[in-house]
Design a protein around this ligand. Structure first.
Ligand code: P1T
Length: 377
């Protein structure tokens, strides 16, 4: 089936009682059992929920995976991944990932005997060189938040298989509409469903996708054992949103291309970063492993004063954390999403105080362009 057909139908079974076309909201914490030791496959809401199962099957289909395991947030999903490693293990990870991922791993997981090597994964040789005796996992975000640096997924899968490691890709920025890491041989895909999958800035969620029976079993176990589950209503909202993922992503992509092009041609920014620009250093890789370039654009305005001028004066863009909603958002990564990354670390990969991140929404693009023009006059 095509992407949109799966998005609208996968995991959706009409309600057996009423025939309701839309998966009902099973807002229940527990289930009546027929007699002792005999139930309908549903015992307790943390363990099983029909709305959550529908969401998991739906996104698994979009990511070409066998299994989906949903969580209360992207970070809850990231945290659940740590049940695949143990004290003394080493993880190789992209140096520029979402600041919250950095904070969780570097400031918390290291307390449990885990070791992380933060490297530039855009060069596969760096990954090979970072692997040690105790390495268990390679974790990449591609494109990265907010520098939009790409990592070659085919190469990561190859290196990972050679060294018997678990490979993970945070695919939040591309959404399954533009990139399917499992098809390149990556073991696990992670999403903050708060972003494009949710799409309307009204829900927090996360999900892990895999085709490995063993990984599924371990993550499913921790979903129940630690209990970081999403509410049935949040699952229902995300399910409603995935139905329109394709049309939204097409518009995000079209708008972001035009917006990045305007920033380059106007000369308003010193540097414009967007994988769809031919001058992006990995434009060719972007064309190879992605089916579009997405809705995220970053730009360096040369000074904090100039960055502030854009951030404070826009009216159509909203100054806020997060991304991937239908409405355009603007953010200052250095003081907002990546504030926990030490200045000297973030500046090594270009995350300066003058960098501004745009989550280009699906409004009329002329209004977005006009907004930034006005802000800078
Ligand atoms: O916010 P949460 O649903 O817990 O997802 C965390 C997360 C994971 N991975 C990526 C690539 C992300 O961008 C995020 C969250 N990011 C933001 C809130 C942000 O504004 O960048």
């Amino acid at each position: 089936m095509g992407f949109s057909t799966d998005a609208i139908h996968a995991g959706q079974i009409p309600d057996p009682v009423t025939g309701a076309v839309i998966t009902p909201l099973y807002q229940t914490s527990t289930y009546a059992q027929d007699e002792l030791g005999k139930h309908k496959g549903y015992e307790y809401g943390r363990t099983q929920n029909r709305t959550r199962e529908a969401l998991e099957a739906n996104i698994a289909a979009l990511e070409k995976g066998k299994y989906g395991i949903a969580f209360a947030s992207g970070l809850a999903a990231t945290h659940a991944l740590m049940s695949l490693v143990k004290a003394g293990d080493h993880i190789v990870i992209s140096n520029n990932v979402y600041g919250g991922t950095y904070r969780l791993f570097e400031q918390n997981m290291t307390n449990y005997g885990l070791e992380f090597s933060w490297i530039d994964t855009s060069d596969a040789a760096n990954i090979e060189n970072a692997i040690k005796e105790n390495t268990k996992m390679i974790f990449v975000e591609t494109p990265t938040n907010p520098m939009l640096v790409l990592t070659d997924l085919e190469k990561v899968a190859e290196i990972s298989k050679k060294h018997n490691l678990i490979s993970v890709c945070d695919n939040t920025f591309m959404s399954p509409y533009f990139q399917n890491p499992l098809t390149f041989g990556i073991d696990i895909v992670l999403h903050s469903t708060t972003k494009y999958l949710g799409g309307h800035s009204d829900v927090i969620g996360g999900i892990i996708l895999t085709s490995s029976d063993e990984i599924h079993e371990r993550i499913r176990y921790i979903q129940n054992a630690a209990g970081g589950i999403p509410s049935p209503f949040d699952c229902w909202l995300i399910l409603r949103s995935t139905k329109t993922l394709a049309v939204r992503m097409k518009q995000h992509d079209e708008n972001a291309r035009a917006f990045a092009d305007f920033l380059v041609k106007s000369g308003l920014a010193e540097k414009v970063i967007y994988p769809g620009l031919p001058e992006h250093p990995q434009h060719e890789l972007a064309k190879k492993q992605m089916r579009g370039f997405g809705g995220m654009v970053s730009a360096d305005f040369g000074s904090l004063e100039r960055a502030k001028k854009v951030l404070n004066n826009v009216k159509v863009f909203t100054l806020a954390e997060s991304l991937g909603g239908v409405e355009s958002l603007i953010c200052h990564p250095a003081s907002m999403t990546h504030a926990t990354v030490p200045k000297e670390e973030r500046e090594k990969f270009g995350l300066t105080d003058s960098l501004v991140r745009f989550s280009v929404g699906i409004e009329d693009v002329e209004d977005l362009i006009g907004d930034v023009k006005r802000a800078l006059i």
